[in-house]
Each structure stands twice: as structure tokens, then as C-alpha cells.
Design a binder for this molecule. Structure first.
Ligand SMILES: Cc1cc2nc3c(=O)[nH]c(=O)nc-3n(C[C@H](O)[C@H](O)[C@H](O)COP(=O)(O)O)c2cc1C
Length: 308
């Protein structure tokens, strides 16, 4: 089985990818989305969201990182896809799942699930533009308001020549509310022959097994679950025990080392608090520590608390 680390805007940046892929179990990472409006973006935009492009598009532990694009214009998406691939991205991922509202007159994300024809045009344009050996993957939800176009959308994506499809098994309107409708992935899988990756609401090895059974997919993508339990991928793939709280704290301290001294140091207190929100789900100790952490603004004070 393959396990992909989910794109998570504002949460899974290159530092988080570095750390989680060091912990292990991941085969591929997808970047936060690059928003494409009506221009060819400069290389620095791609490098900002995917600094790994400077290092063969791999995390320091060697896991490939693929750039994700979000937008609505087939030609501009195609031109930017070519640029990302020329900069080293192993293929391109297209985001049709983001629930965010229209920005800068630009649609993109889940709203396009209402328009199978647009999905087709986008994927076809990108597929035609990037070299054939480069993967063009798409990431969708089951629909926007409901699931009535799920099969039509998957068909449009297949006909347009996508190499891979990741399905977050909820509609846009479902948001992040459990459950994820894994059996719907199987329904879609039965109508297409492109490889499918199942995504949504996998928090444990048991969830992963149930998702594989209900979706009929071997391959999965992990998002929030990997932040709640940093070695979730290894618990699924290799039957490892979940990390202890002491191990997680050591990881948090090492993350702090990266974050504080990186160019994003000023974001560090918020990032770490955000991460705690996920850890609280798995570790009661995180809930307790968050009470003291919540009011801290000084990175050094945070590291001292984490080291206590
Ligand atoms: C904070 C946050 C940011 C996200 N950003 C992206 C994104 O940039 N691109 C994307 O395709 N999906 C994005 N997603 C969706 C996730 O990739 C994933 O599909 C979703 O969280 C369901 O998987 P999970 O239950 O394993 O978290 C985001 C989700 C969250 C919670």
C-alpha cells in the first residue's frame, strides 16, 4: 500500500513535511495549494510553498513532494503546471476539494465539482501540456451540495486522462463532519480504471483497515490523523505502536528547533498551538499542557514548557 501525506494549507508546510516523513511511512507528499489566477506565476511562488524544489523535490528523508494547483482557467493552470514540472515537481496535483469561497474573481476547488465539463477541460489542458511521463493527479470531494455528480465528475476526470484520483469522501457541504463516506469511493472505483487514493477521517490503523475494506482501495491519504498521531502511517503500514507522549514532546521540541530558526519563526507560537489542537485528540497530556501553552507568545518559553 502507498500512503500519501495530505496537503493542508497553513498547517503542513515543508517543515512539517520534513518532520513527518522523517518519522516515516509516507510515499508521497502534496504541497499546500498554489493559487492560479490569470498569470504565469514566478518561480519564487513555487519555491516558497515547495522549497523542496531546490533539493530534487524530495524531503530530506527522500520522500517526493508534488506541487498542487488550485484555479479555474485551463490554460493558465496548464502553463503553471508546466512551470512546476520544469522546476522539478514530480507531476502535478489539481485541487477540486477546497471549500474556500471565491477569491479574486477566481473560482477553484470544490465549486468546480458542480461543473464536470470544466473539470474535464482543466485536466485535459494540463495533461496535454505536461510531459506524458509526469503524473497528473486530481483531488476531489464527493460533490458540492450533494453526491449527485460524483460519478459524472469521476468520469470527466478519467476521460480527460488523469493518472490518479484522490477522493476525500465527503461533500463540500459536509465540511469535516464525520463520517467520511468510504463506500462511495468504492462506487466510483467501480466505474473507472485509474488508481484511486481514499481519504478522509482516518485516525487509527483500525480506521485505515476499515477504509480500505469499504473503499476497495489499498492506497490512502492521511491529513489531520497524521498530526494527531505523528507515526500514524507507520502504525498502519508496519503495525508500530503509537508514539508515547514523551516521544511526541521530543518531536515537538525538534520541530521548535526548525521553526524558530527558519524564516517562518514568527509564526511558530501559532503553528505549535494549532498542532496541539490535533494532538489533543490523541493525547490527554496535550489537553493539559495546552492550558499553560495557550497564553504563551515567546518561542523560548514555549520550548521550555515542551521540555518540562
Ligand atoms: C487546515 C486544512 C487545510 C487543508 N488544505 C488543503 C489544501 O491545500 N489542498 C487540498 O487539496 N486539501 C486541503 N485540505 C483537505 C485535506 O487534504 C484532506 O482532504 C482532509 O483534511 C480530509 O482528510 P483527513 O480526514 O485525513 O484530515 C485541508 C484540510 C485542512 C483541515
Amino acid at each position: 500500500m502507498k500512503i500519501v501525506l495530505a496537503p493542508m494549507e497553513g498547517v503542513v508546510d515543508h517543515l512539517m513535511r520534513d518532520m513527518l516523513t522523517k518519522v516515516g511511512g509516507f510515499d508521497l507528499c502534496i504541497t499546500e495549494f498554489v493559487r492560479v489566477v490569470e498569470q504565469l506565476l514566478p518561480p519564487r511562488t513555487f519555491h516558497r510553498l515547495c522549497p523542496e524544489l531546490h533539493h530534487g523535490a524530495k524531503t530530506p528523508s527522500g520522500v517526493p513532494v508534488r506541487v498542487q494547483l488550485l484555479g479555474q482557467h485551463p490554460q493558465w493552470l496548464a502553463e503553471n503546471a508546466v512551470r512546476a514540472v520544469e522546476l522539478g515537481s514530480p507531476g502535478i496535483d489539481l485541487n477540486f476539494g477546497c471549500p474556500a469561497k471565491t477569491v479574486n474573481k477566481s473560482k477553484g476547488g470544490a465549486v468546480l465539482l458542480k461543473e464536470p465539463e470544466t473539470l474535464y477541460q482543466i485536466i485535459k489542458a494540463v495533461r496535454d501540456a505536461v510531459p506524458a511521463e509526469q503524473a497528473v493527479s486530481a483531488k476531489i470531494r464527493l460533490g458540492f451540495d450533494d453526491k449527485s455528480l460524483a460519478l459524472e465528475n469521476a468520469d470527466a476526470i478519467t476521460q480527460a486522462g488523469a493518472s490518479l484520483l484522490t477522493i476525500h469522501a465527503r461533500t463540500k457541504v459536509d465540511g469535516y463532519k464525520p463520517p467520511a463516506y468510504w463506500p462511495w469511493i468504492k462506487k466510483i472505483k467501480q466505474t473507472t480504471d485509474i488508481p484511486i487514493i481514499a481519504n478522509g477521517e482516518i485516525w487509527s490503523a483500525q480506521d485505515a483497515a476499515l477504509c480500505q475494506e469499504q473503499s476497495g482501495c489499498d492506497d490512502i491519504m492521511l491529513g489531520r490523523g497524521a498530526l494527531a498521531l505523528p507515526n500514524l502511517a507507520n502504525t498502519i503500514k508496519h503495525g508500530h505502536q503509537g508514539m508515547t507522549w514523551e516521544e511526541v514532546k521530543a518531536l515537538l521540541v525538534s520541530y521548535s528547533g526548525y521553526e524558530i530558526y527558519s524564516d517562518k519563526g514568527r509564526y511558530y507560537p501559532n503553528r505549535i498551538k494549532q498542532w496541539f489542537n490535533y494532538l489533543k485528540r490523541q493525547y490527554p497530556e496535550a489537553e493539559e499542557m495546552f492550558i499553560s501553552l495557550r497564553t504563551l507568545k515567546d518561542p523560548q518559553a514555549i520550548v521550555e514548557l515542551l521540555s518540562s
